[in-house]
Design a protein. Structure first.
Length: 366
């Protein structure tokens, strides 16, 4: 991999490799863009097939956070960490403390939170070494686990997507095919079940499937079968790149709305969805509830204020669908334009020199 070429092409600012032999920590912190503020993005722990796969995942996820934070109206840039390892077997407290010290060394350029494979408890351990961590336990004045907030945003975003695809935002009687019923999707399914949607679920973890069947009367299918099921809405809520050359021809849904990051394997798959008339809710817009929630901690956490901002995801998607139709462009491009315009305009208005520029983290508990 020609790393500097990749960084230059996509305009990344910084990549930090963190190693700690004692705990087995192997982490990659990628900071994409800090025009709007410090880079805020979660930490993913996953077993990657190769170090190159881990680097690419960190880079792609970090760029996604730049766009997510910009589109959500947050004064935050984009970054992400991946820790190489099996979250079920390889974790230890020393690993997260060592990682916390690397974050502290970045002096506020990067703030972390949960992602796939990490928990509130891991964030609490990081907090022993650095203040630049969100999503820690509520006892510390924090917002806690971001998944319910993400799920609420995805649910509202799915309603906006249904309105565009079916003419009504009611999800009653709609069949939703959910890929991955983990932290976010479990809470999302609860909202959908309460509104009367019918759920088809899959997961590689049998216990998660069982829980969704028992709690929400979901019908289960094998992981490879989820794409081709008869449904109204496909909700990708596992890992990325599930909208690709293999799956596109199988998808029967008229709308795609889910929590997973980087759902499109390549931008051209978003173009294909547009051609097929499938309404796609851009991933980083619909799944921004979690980051909106944890970002509120930087102002001294207030759940009402955070959830009011999460509710705006519905309006943002309506605007994106409108731009997409008006300019005859796929929805993922409409979302990118919205985010890029905000970054450019803020960058212009913040170009004057300030000797004592404040850091937003200093407002916490203030
Ligand atoms: N947690 C958040 O607040 C948040 C916020 C924004 C975006 N996201 C994104 O949403 C997605 C889910 O996050 P989460 O926190 O719920 O993670 P999670 O690990 O709790 O859930 C993911 C689920 O997907 C399952 N899975 C993995 N590969 C699968 C496959 N091939 N087929 C079927 N199931 C599979 C896993 O077993 C797991 O149950 C991720 O892409 C994450 O980056 C999460
Ligand atoms: C809670 C957030 C900071 C991170 C979250 N995993 C996301 O992708 O948005």
């Amino acid at each position: 991999m020609e790393i500097f070429k990749y960084l230059e092409d996509q305009d990344y600012e910084q990549v930090v490799f963190c190693q700690d032999k004692n705990s087995g920590l192997k982490a990659i912190i990628a900071i994409h863009d800090t025009t709007l503020g410090p880079a805020l993005g979660g930490t993913r722990m996953w077993t990657y097939d190769s170090e190159e796969d881990a680097i690419i995942d960190a880079l792609r996820l970090a760029k996604g956070m730049t766009y997510k934070n910009a589109a959500a109206g947050l004064n935050l840039g984009g970054g992400k960490t991946v820790i190489i390892g099996d979250p079920k077997k390889d974790k230890n407290p020393e690993m997260f403390r060592a990682f916390g010290r690397y974050i502290q060394g970045l002096n506020g350029r990067y703030i972390t939170a949960e992602d796939v494979g990490t928990t509130v408890q891991d964030m609490d351990t990081i907090y022993m070494e650095t203040d630049y961590v969100t999503g820690i336990s509520p006892e510390f004045g924090s917002s806690g686990n971001p998944s319910p907030a993400t799920a609420y945003g995805v649910y509202l975003g799915m309603k906006a997507t249904a309105k565009e695809a079916f003419g009504s935002d009611s999800l009653e009687g709609k069949v939703v095919a959910v890929q991955g019923v983990g932290n976010v999707a479990y809470h999302m399914c609860k909202h959908l079940h309460e509104e009367g949607a019918k759920l088809i679920v899959t997961d590689i973890n049998k216990d998660s499937v069982k829980r969704a069947m028992e709690d929400f009367g979901a019908h289960a299918v094998d992981p490879d079968d989820i794409y081709g099921v008869e449904c109204d809405i496909y909700a990708p809520c596992a890992l990325g790149a599930t909208i690709n050359d293999d799956t596109l021809s199988q998808i029967k849904a008229k709308a795609i709305a889910g929590s997973a990051n980087n759902q499109l394997a390549e931008p051209r798959h978003g173009e294909k969805l547009n051609e097929l008339g499938i309404v796609y809710a851009p991933d980083y817009v619909i799944n921004s509830g979690g980051v909106i929630n944890v970002a509120d901690e930087l102002n001294g956490y207030n759940q009402d204020r955070a959830f009011k901002q999460i509710e705006k995801i519905y309006d943002s998607l309506e605007r994106i669908f409108e731009i997409s139709k008006r300019d005859n462009i796929p929805t993922h491009i409409a979302a990118d334009r919205m985010a890029e315009e905000r970054i450019e305009s803020v960058s212009r208005s913040r170009s004057t020199f300030l000797k004592n520029e404040h850091s937003i983290i200093s407002r916490r508990n203030g």
